[in-house]
Design a protein around this ligand. Structure first.
Ligand code: 9D3
Length: 235
């Protein structure tokens, strides 16, 4: 899969895209990430990408011309396999189901919003969809784009060591037959006692049926406590 990221801060992505699963996906997993500086599609001396909102109001908006010029030069032809995503605070919520859907595309182009927002004609006539990563205020779409690339890249065949592991990992959606859409069970590693806090006795023994039951129960309890909203999906 090819990811394009359109941003006024291409340097922002050196960290997130040069470590971990995404870095490995670029090296050997058939993933390409192309960073594009929006200012490359401006023509004035100051490389202006923003302007004031019609009707008044605080702050500045990304203006449409450089965004349209950039997308149309990156992709002179578009079809259903190439999806333009606008990251903005007004977007539909990005979740694991959206990650799975986007992972079916051949190429994604992520537009990072900035300032107070983006001229609405970009959402209406340039982007295929407008996504937010959650209900909190960020300073722009760059962190959100890094989140989307990470979540989508790890679903691609050949990216994770185990081809199947992404399928069985569940987060809030029912995926595959194996796991309901609840949180992972609590997990422990050595030492068996740390500062007086003991690992549950059952996990230290070899009774795998008991362990399985304990994990299921502990996962349900933790989900009820931290994410009761997820239990609507479970009998
Ligand atoms: C007057 C209210 N505005 C600022 C307090 C709204 C606003 C404008 C621009 C809020 C955030 C932003 C910049 N954010 C993004 O571009 C963004 C974002 C986000 O803020 N939260 C979650 N996902 C995303 S994706 C892009």
């Amino acid at each position: 899969m090819i990811f394009h990221v359109l941003t006024i801060f291409p340097e922002f992505f050196r960290g997130p895209f040069e470590h971990g699963v995404v870095a490995r996906a670029r090296q050997t997993g058939g993933v390409e990430i192309h960073l594009h500086n929006l200012r490359d599609w401006t023509h004035d001396r100051h490389k202006t990408v923003d302007d004031r909102p019609f009707g008044g109001g605080e702050g500045m908006l990304l203006k449409p011309e450089p965004l349209f010029a950039a997308v149309e030069s990156i992709w002179p032809e578009r079809d259903r396999s190439r999806r333009v995503i606008l990251l903005s605070a007004q977007g539909r919520k990005f979740d694991q189901a959206a990650a799975r859907r986007l992972s079916q595309a051949a190429e994604l182009l992520l537009i990072c919003g900035r300032y107070e927002g983006v001229d609405e004609r970009v959402a209406e006539h340039l982007a295929d969809e407008e996504l937010s990563i959650g209900d909190y205020v960020l300073s722009g779409g760059e962190l959100a784009a890094a989140v989307v690339v990470d979540a989508v890249a790890r679903l691609l065949p050949g990216v994770l060591g185990n081809e199947d592991s992404a399928v069985f990992e569940s987060f809030g959606e029912v995926s595959g037959e194996e796991r309901p859409g609840i949180l992972d069970c609590p997990q422990y590693t050595r030492p068996a006692e740390f500062r007086g806090w003991k690992v549950p006795e059952i996990l230290l023994g070899g009774n795998h049926e008991e362990i399985r039951r304990w994990r299921k129960q502990a996962a349900l309890e933790k989900t009820a406590r931290l994410r009761p909203d997820l239990l609507r999906n479970v009998e």
